[in-house]
Design a protein around this ligand. Structure first.
Ligand code: ADP
Length: 490
């Protein structure tokens, strides 16, 4: 089974969020199950600088059997290897589109690059062309696409199929339905798709062009990254305007929980932690907590209940509730250790909180892998109060690091954290704290439950150790994807 994995980020070369972690974890697990996996991604500088070419460049075709190809500057793909990475990678070279440092989607001013439509049409087109034999030595059976950046690939594949050509099957995985790749109507004529593809049964979304809709419309199967999110996106509340189409195609949709790469996220063997620890040697965790308190300017108090956050600061993550509960958190003897970046107003509110509660609220605005590991390893509780959460990874990392997740009951958070209720304690399943309403009151009540449990250090340790023993490894997820691929290409 040859699988072409199409994505825009890959840890450790380029990462803006969980998508990069998935690209690092899933392809090797698929390969371990016998799939022959190759990836295609844009030659962003962070990726291209680690690549060694293994083949000659192949130019993307400028014409299609149905007419005009997408309007692109000269672009080619080259098969190569990335240092320390075992999956072969096709890099899509189009320097005027991709040779830009920093965030792959946003310019230095924090807004979308104005040519994103063209940049990610190129990625979809490259994937579809590989599906038609652009590399004659390797033609995929499956094209597996991830999020809107890759979402035109299934549309181009369908257009080839409409011509009676044999094509790979397409699977599209939604990692976040809120980001859709919406562009003005004029974009469509430059995409090189058949004219009939603009319309209610195509890419049109209220007069605009929606890349996400293209994938939902034309993929052979749709997956998303947790069973709960798969159900939630069928509702008006969480469907981001695409719930109607998703309900129509619900028979093709399934939820497959993300995994964790325990090579990178294991406290017993984590080079980014100042001290290793595991369920039997929790003393090491106290040392990490001390290092975290020092690093973020918190008072070094072993008894303080430290709440950690590692997150993009966007409305999705529910962190606007935090400032409202900080007074109580601090009065109860707790501390906040937060690493994140994003929304300017929230960044400012958090900076002000750090000034208001010196030594008790420690904030690091920015993106930093080492600090992320220190926060997740050194905190007692990891806060994830998301408004919606397709899967969420930091609660899974928290579980492995003995850092009890405190989460809202939504999406993948609901699927992976079991609330510390009396019944769940008795059933020996409790692993964290779960609350329902997206409100400061509900978050506050959950915080108070965490403080209460922390008084009972024996039960706290039992819950910690239970979470640390859980396995959310990639092999389990990969098996589900493999079953799906085999069902499509028996
Ligand atoms: P999302 O993909 O919505 O951002 P996830 O929980 O799925 O959320 O994944 C977030 C990933 O990004 C985790 O690996 C987390 O550690 C990492 N991360 C988020 N913010 C930062 C940051 N400021 N610095 C370092 N890593 C971060």
């Amino acid at each position: 089974m040859k699988v072409l994995y199409v994505c825009s980020e890959l840890y450790p070369f380029l990462k803006t969020g969980g998508l990069a972690d998935v690209s690092a974890g899933l392809p090797p697990a698929l390969a371990a199950l016998g799939c022959e996996v190759r990836m295609v991604l844009p030659a962003f500088p962070g990726v291209a600088s680690h690549a060694t070419a293994r083949g000659a460049p192949a130019a993307l075709p400028c014409a299609t059997p149905w007419g005009q190809a997408p309007e692109l500057p000269p672009a080619n793909i080259t098969l190569g290897e990335l240092s320390g990475w075992h999956t072969p990678v096709y890099l899509l070279h189009a320097p005027t589109l991709f040779d830009r440092t920093g965030n792959p989607y946003l310019g230095p001013d924090g807004t979308d690059w104005s040519d994103n439509a063209q940049r990610f049409a190129a990625l979809g087109w490259a994937a579809a062309c590989l599906g038609q034999g652009l590399d004659a030595h390797w033609v995929p059976d499956i094209i597996h696409c991830h999020d809107w950046h890759t979402a035109l690939a299934p549309a181009y594949v369908q257009a080839f199929r409409d011509q009676g050509l044999r094509t790979p099957a397409t699977v599209f995985s939604i990692h976040n339905l809120a980001y859709q790749g919406l562009f003005p109507y004029e974009t469509f004529s430059k995409l090189g798709l058949p004219d009939t593809y603009f319309g209610i049964h195509g890419l049109e979304y209220f007069g605009q062009v929606s890349y996400m809709k293209a994938a939902l419309q034309f993929s052979d199967r749709i997956t998303t990254v947790s069973p709960s999110y798969a159900r939630e996106i069928l509702t008006e509340e969480q469907g981001c305007g695409l719930d109607g189409l998703l309900r129509e195609r619900a028979h093709l949709l399934s939820g497959i929980l993300n995994g964790v790469d325990y090579q990178l996220w294991d406290p017993a063997n984590d080079p980014l932690l100042p001290k290793p620890f595991d369920a039997k040697r929790l003393a090491g965790k106290s040392a990490v907590k001390k290092a975290l308190q020092k690093k973020l300017g918190l008072a070094v108090r072993p008894d303080a209940l430290v709440f950690g956050v590692v997150s993009r600061l966007t409305a999705q993550k529910g962190l606007h509730l935090l400032p409202q509960v900080l007074e109580s958190l601090v009065q109860n003897g707790g501390q906040l250790a937060l690493l994140g970046e994003g929304d300017a107003a929230l960044e400012q509110a958090l900076r002000e909180a750090a000034i208001q509660y010196p030594g008790q609220v420690g904030i690091r605005i920015g993106y930093d892998e080492t600090t992320a590991h220190t926060v997740l390893g050194g905190s007692d509780v990891v806060l994830v109060p998301s408004a919606f959460e397709p899967c969420g990874l930091t609660q899974l990392y928290g579980l492995r690091y003995g850092t009890l997740p405190l989460v809202r009951r939504v999406g993948g958070l609901a699927d992976t954290v079991v609330d510390c209720t009396t019944a769940n304690h008795a059933a020996k399943t409790a692993t964290g704290f779960v609350f329902d309403a997206l409100s400061a009151e509900a978050l506050h009540a959950a915080l108070l439950r965490a403080f209460a449990l922390h008084q009972d250090s024996k039960t706290w340790k039992t819950v910690q150790r239970r979470g640390m023993a859980l396995q959310f490894d990639w092999m389990a997820s990969a098996r589900h994807y493999c079953d799906l691929f085999h069902a499509l290409r028996p």
